[in-house]
Design a protein. Structure first.
Length: 167
């Protein structure tokens, strides 16, 4: 077969996937090579998860899949078939991160806001497993999330403040 034809087939190949998105059933066609964060942003209009490094380093693209925070840039959209996906939009709508959102505002923990959704996703996971983390544990938890603006101090303050509100 013609090489160009094979390449075209690979690029345009699509798959049908169904999954739970922010608590609701969803079904979509998706190009098999599209990564999860691009699928969420470009196909579904869920633009809270950001695209920074596209190499699994910065944490801007963090989303939750089956309860675990993953890099949306390192996962293919087809891999969430049959799984549960939560984005920051969903966590915000459900109130799950309300305490963190309040604390981020109160402690001035964002400037440009580019890192903030990924940071909130990571902080939410931390507080789920440890409702009274030390500042060192907070720093350790967010070590995979890059922020170019704040110097991290205010972010650690905010997560510490939110942890005080955890049941
Ligand atoms: S864009 Fe995914 S980790 Fe940076
Ligand atoms: S607030 Fe700008 S990158 Fe974190």
């Amino acid at each position: 077969m013609d090489d160009a034809l094979i390449a075209t087939d690979i690029v345009t190949d699509v798959a049908e996937i169904s999954f739970i998105l922010n608590g609701r059933p969803a079904a979509h066609s998706v190009p098999v090579r599209r990564n999860l964060v691009d699928f969420l942003r470009q196909d579904l209009g869920l633009t809270a998860a950001h695209v920074g490094c596209e190499a699994g380093v910065c944490g801007a693209c963090n989303v939750r899949v089956d309860g675990a925070v993953v890099r949306g840039c390192l996962m293919l959209a087809v891999q969430v078939d049959g799984l549960e996906v939560d984005t920051i939009e969903g966590l915000s709508d459900s109130g799950e991160i309300a305490g963190l959102q309040r604390a981020f505002v109160a402690r001035n923990a964002m400037q440009c806001g580019f890192c903030t959704p990924g940071m909130l996703m990571t902080a939410c996971e931390l507080l789920k497993h440890n409702n009274c983390p030390s500042r060192e544990e907070i720093r350790d938890a967010i070590s995979g999330n890059y922020c170019r603006c704040t110097g991290y101090q205010a972010i650690v303050d905010a997560i510490e403040t939110a942890s005080g509100e955890q049941p």
